[in-house]
Design a protein around this ligand. Structure first.
Ligand code: NAD
Ligand code: UD1
Length: 345
């Protein structure tokens, strides 16, 4: 535990992973200041966080590409570390609008790092992704697996990873964590915060959840002819609360060390197929989830899961929540927000 409250600036803290990590940081004794432009989130999440933790996080509505605003934030608050979640994340959209992805994700990160440098704040935890491994050459994926990108979103993650590495090598005192997430799902057990995709969900679990509530008729299973046990794609799904705990552990590690460049996977080390996920969600929700096998989604890989040893060895962190908990928590969240979403359509 920390003795004096340190302040963490959480960019994108109103979003799915940032909001759960804000809760975990507050519970670990940190003060949180969120900077978010609300392009993919709702300000109501702040009240929900306050209800869960008993403490409202600080909030600034603004953009990480706004240089003047960043300077003001660092001048007016004593920031000890930054957790950087803000960015765009839809793979398909990144191919249609690549420049917005380079602008938000690469330029946004550049502006943030420059502002940190000007303010002499040199601790940053960055949201990277397992997408940087490209097509797996071997499994489980270790952090030393070669990196590649097949779409602009993945490319932005690669570029920011490189930018952080160069910055770390150039100047003493930088403490950098690059966390490679596998597939975060689930929600806080209170049902007050969770994943709220706008429009049609791109990712499997939010789609399955909406079929279970009856908002959508059936899941389209993208391919059943992969070289996997049941032919459908296999992924390493991780509870978002485990992921949030992994961030707190990574920050604690950075605080213990000096001049660190930490790169770790945040996953469970176990893979589950699309059909297993549908069955697990049916079990958790007590609802039927009809599905239809359709063609593969272009750009998808057959299977991937994390090697989790490095995270355990360095951070003492391991994911502990089960697949049933992930589905039960996602289901509770989906039901609690059903009316809100329907009203907003
Ligand atoms: P999210 O969209 O729910 O959260 C991102 C937040 O950042 C949103 O609240 C959005 O309003 C904000 N934001 C976006 N651009 C901004 C900008 N220019 N200035 C200020 N705020 C901005 O996404 P998430 O799922 O919570 O993902 C968080 C991070 O984790 C992203 O960087 C994403 O690429 C990465 N990631 C996510 C996943 C996943 O499956 N969800 C997997 C791997 C990596
Ligand atoms: C996607 C992104 C990846 C990102 C990750 C986490 C693509 C190509 N990749 O990966 O860059 O890091 O999300 O945000 O979008 N599936 C269906 N039907 C659906 C949706 C998905 O069968 O309606 C299948 C997919 O083929 C895959 C699995 O479910 O086998 C998981 O898909 P998804 O949730 O989109 O995650 P990823 O493909 O791992």
């Amino acid at each position: 535990m920390i003795t004096e409250k340190e302040t963490v600036l959480v960019t994108g803290g109103a979003g799915f992973i940032g909001s759960h990590t804000t809760v975990a940081l507050q519970e670990a004794g940190y003060r949180v200041l969120i900077l978010d432009n609300l392009c993919n989130s709702d300000v109501a999440v702040l009240d929900a966080i306050a209800e869960i933790t008993g403490e409202a996080p600080g909030f600034i509505e603004g953009d990480i590409r706004d240089r003047a605003l960043l300077d003001e934030v660092f001048a007016n608050h004593r920031i000890d570390a930054v957790m950087h979640f803000a960015g765009l994340k839809a793979v398909g959209e990144s191919s249609a609008e690549p420049l917005s992805y380079y602008d938000n994700n690469v330029n946004g990160s550049l502006q943030l790092l420059q502002a940190m440098q000007r303010a002499s704040v040199r601790t940053i935890v960055f949201s990277s992704s397992a997408t940087v491994y490209g097509e797996p050459q071997s499994l489980p994926l270790t952090e030393s697996h070669p990196r590649s990108a097949t779409n602009p979103y993945g490319h932005t993650k690669l570029v920011v990873e490189e930018m952080l590495e160069s910055l770390h090598a150039s100047e003493a005192g930088w403490r950098v964590a690059r966390l490679r997430y596998f597939n975060p799902i689930g929600a806080h057990g209170s049902g007050r915060i969770g994943e709220a995709p706008q429009g049609t969900p791109n990712n499997l679990l939010p789609y399955v959840a909406q079929v279970a509530t009856g908002r959508r008729t059936e899941v389209q299973v993208f391919g059943a002819d992969y070289d996997t046990p049941d032919g459908t794609g296999v992924r390493d799904y991780i509870h978002v609360l485990d992921l949030a705990d992994g961030h707190v552990a990574a920050l604690a590690y950075c605080r213990r060390t000096h001049n660190e460049l930490l790169t770790v996977n945040l996953g469970t080390g176990k893979g589950h197929s699309v059909l297993e996920m549908i069955a697990a969600f049916e079990q958790a929700s007590g609802k039927q989830v009809p599905y239809k096998i359709v063609a593969r989604r272009p750009g998808d890989i057959a299977q991937c899961w994390a090697d989790t040893e490095k995270a355990y060895r360095l951070l003492g962190w391991r994911a502990s929540r089960t697949l049933s908990e992930m589905c039960e928590d996602a289901w509770r969240w989906e039901q609690s927000r059903g009316g809100v979403e329907a009203a907003g359509k």
